[in-house]
Ligand binder design. Structure first.
Ligand SMILES: Cc1cc2nc3c(=O)[nH]c(=O)nc-3n(C[C@H](O)[C@H](O)[C@H](O)COP(=O)(O)OP(=O)(O)OC[C@H]3O[C@@H](n4cnc5c(N)ncnc54)[C@H](O)[C@@H]3O)c2cc1C
Length: 326
């Protein structure tokens, strides 16, 4: 089979794009080097409408979330697996101002937590990212379109459109390698909390997300230097202190993970073709919200690549490429 599209990277970006192109009957090949701590393999997969310290509405939630829900539900049906779950999440109020703003959605404080100002509940969802990526990879392999392969971005291009879905990989490819990144390292702990029976994700300036058998993922830090994937004692101390401030039952740390979020511009994705070569494309910049952003923007990019559909200028990668003279 001669591929029309070579997708480099099978994280959240490359996987969603592969599905969107396959839906259009495009001939696709997917490569992943399967090495190192990649963001998608560390992500907690939370989809939350209100985020951050200031409890801001998540960017374009009203159109991105329905697209994500429909996409993951379709994949679940097609793959016969379950990895997407809608369930309310709880936010413990951090200030009177927060409480004032969200008083309409007040709920009881979850058992095992301390929250003098109370809490509120919001609709949310969660993707088991590794289960979704593994099931997709299996399906791609069964179709003979997936290969573990470390693609050399500097090598002559194959006779197909190459789409770099390589996450944070600065300076690795000669096409998009000089984009200015604002990438952020993130660390997550896995903790065991024997006396907690909470099944919702709890937000408190950090978050605690259940994974079963009294294990929870506790995240996440943001640091900018160095951008490596090594867990640090500082991040562990920060996350433990945050949890200790709100949890009234004991816990122990049983695991640590770190990866770099591919941030380009404050959480806006960057996609499209290269200005000097339309056979080279990019899908990246998913930042801290890959599970939410990937389905909608993969669809947009697939329509652009296959049918010449318009690309939203707000997310066109050309915005961020340095302008070259001549
Ligand atoms: C601590 C932490 C917590 C997070 N929590 C959440 C969350 O709760 N919800 C959420 O939505 N998002 C979360 N994120 C963000 C999410 O992880 C990213 O938005 C998303 O994973 C980015 O996906 P990607 O496919 O662009 O990049 P990646 O996951 O980095 O995938 C890129 C892939 O490309 C491959 N690759 C790179 N170069 C090559 C090459 N030359 N040849 C072959 N293969 C190559 C890599 O092996 C990798 O598999 C979190 C991130 C971190 C770090």
């Amino acid at each position: 089979m001669t591929a029309e599209f070579v997708i480099v990277g099978q994280g959240l970006a490359g996987t969603a794009l592969a599905w969107a192109l396959l839906k259009r009957n495009a001939r696709v090949r997917v490569f992943d080097r399967e090495a190192g701590n990649r963001a998608s393999r560390v992500a907690a997969g939370l989809l939350t409408p209100i985020t951050g310290k200031r409890l801001a509405d998540s960017w374009r939630w009203g159109e991105l979330f329905p697209a994500a829900r429909a996409f993951y539900r379709e994949r679940e049906t097609e793959l016969g697996r379950s990895f997407f779950r809608e369930a309310p999440a709880v936010r413990l109020f951090q200030s009177e101002a927060e409480r004032e703003r969200w008083r309409g959605a007040l709920c009881g404080v979850p058992v095992g937590f301390r929250a003098p100002l109370g809490a509120f509940e919001m609709p949310a969802a969660r993707l088991d990212v590794c289960a979704y990526l593994d099931a997709s990879r299996e399906a791609f392999r069964a179709q003979g379109i997936y290969e573990r392969y470390d693609f050399d971005p500097g090598a002559p291009l194959p006779g197909a459109t190459v789409v770099f879905c390589t996450g944070f990989a600065p300076r690795e490819d000669p096409w998009f390698g000089d984009l200015a990144w604002n990438a952020a390292k993130g660390e997550i702990l896995t903790v065991r909390v024997p006396d907690l029976r909470e099944e919702r994700v709890i937000h408190f300036g950090g978050w605690l997300a259940p994974v079963g058998e009294h294990l929870y993922r506790l995240g996440a830090t943001y640091t900018w230097n160095p951008l490596d994937t090594h867990p640090t004692p500082e991040a562990r101390a920060e996350l433990e202190a945050k949890l200790r401030a709100v949890l009234s039952v004991p816990f122990e740390v049983v695991g640590r993970d770190a990866a770099v979020r591919p941030v380009i511009d404050a959480g806006k994705p960057a996609l499209g073709t290269h200005p000097r070569n339309a056979r080279v494309a990019f899908f990246n910049g998913l930042g801290s919200k890959g599970s939410l952003l990937a389905p909608f923007f993969a669809e947009l990019l697939a329509a652009h690549l296959c049918d010449g559909g318009p690309l939203d200028p707000e997310v066109d990668v050309r915005r961020w490429l340095p302008v070259r003279a001549g």
